[in-house]
Design a protein around this ligand. Structure first.
Ligand code: NAD
Length: 252
């Protein structure tokens, strides 16, 4: 049993408001030991994203970019899903009106058991031909120090969204659709700075959803959210999943 108290308003919304949308960011993997992006101790501290996470950087120095992503794959492979990932997988398995949209590329949601994850920023576990654009899954932890080559001879790159690139169209469309029909939106572990992901809670709220932010720090979403749960996703999301499961039991 959890000890985190949820507001009556949220408990009621979980029972009566229809579809739930969860939007996650790097903070949900922080308790698995993976660094978030911004701030002290963040992944970009001492690194220049423009030299590691742009198509131009890959064209100029594919080995450096590849080594950075090989290191991130190793980190992600060594990490385990935490209670936040597991709570979201439980929410999905307990109801058919739940959608999980993530900005994370680490694969921890999938490893926790989430099946229908909408990945807005791609995944470390797929590779894309830098010329043809064709993609293939590759789940090996260690791909070596140099980018492998496609059958066509071009270098393969991680299938993640880099700065300056568009989001995968179908994933964004499905996420927008889920936002427009959601009754409750759980926004966990994101600084809500990167668009278009950061627009989803606003779109959902305009369409009538109750927006809940789960984050120990304030973000630009904080003032807009209907409710803020200041704390770690690994503590709060299990309480939310439990309340949602209880609400489903009440209804049936
Ligand atoms: P972020 O690092 O900007 O923010 C992480 C948030 O998590 C912070 O607000 C922090 O307070 C919060 N947090 C920390 N620990 C937490 C916990 N235990 N529980 C709940 N919240 C916690 O990460 P973001 O919001 O995911 O960034 C948005 C996206 O921007 C990233 O997912 C990434 O895809 C993208 N991005 C991509 C690149 C790239 O390489 N292409 C570079 C930078 C950002």
């Amino acid at each position: 049993m959890t000890t985190i108290p949820l507001s009556p308003a949220l408990v009621e919304r979980l029972r009566d408001s229809g579809p739930i949308l969860a939007l996650t960011g790097a903070g949900v993997s922080a308790e698995s030991g993976l660094a978030t992006f911004r701030g002290p101790g963040g992944m970009w501290e001492g690194r220049d994203p423009m030299e590691l996470a742009t198509p131009e950087a890959f064209a100029d120095d594919p080995h450096t970019v590849w080594r950075f992503y090989a290191w991130r794959r190793e980190q992600a492979a060594a990490a385990s899903p935490n209670p936040a990932h597991r709570a979201l997988a439980e929410l999905e398995s307990g109801r058919d009106d739940f959608t999980l949209v993530t900005q994370n590329v680490d694969g921890l949601h999938e490893r926790a058991g989430s099946r229908g994850v909408i990945r807005l920023h791609g995944t470390l576990w797929r590779l894309r031909c830098s010329v043809e654009g064709t993609e293939r899954d590759d789940l090996r932890d260690d791909l070596g120090p140099l980018p492998p080559r496609c059958e066509c001879g071009a270098l393969l790159r991680p299938a993640v969204v880099w700065f300056g690139e568009s989001l995968p169209e179908e994933a964004l469309e499905r996420a927008m659709h889920a936002a427009r029909r959601a009754g409750v939106v759980l926004v966990a572990g994101t600084s809500s700075l990167v668009y278009p992901a950061a627009a989803l809670p606003e779109i959902a709220q305009r369409a009538g959803a109750y927006v809940v932010e789960i984050n120990p720090e304030e973000t630009p979403l904080s003032a807009l959210a209907d409710e803020r749960l200041a704390g770690a996703a690994g503590q709060i999301l299990p309480a939310v999943a439990e309340a949602a499961a209880a609400a489903s039991r009440d209804r049936s």
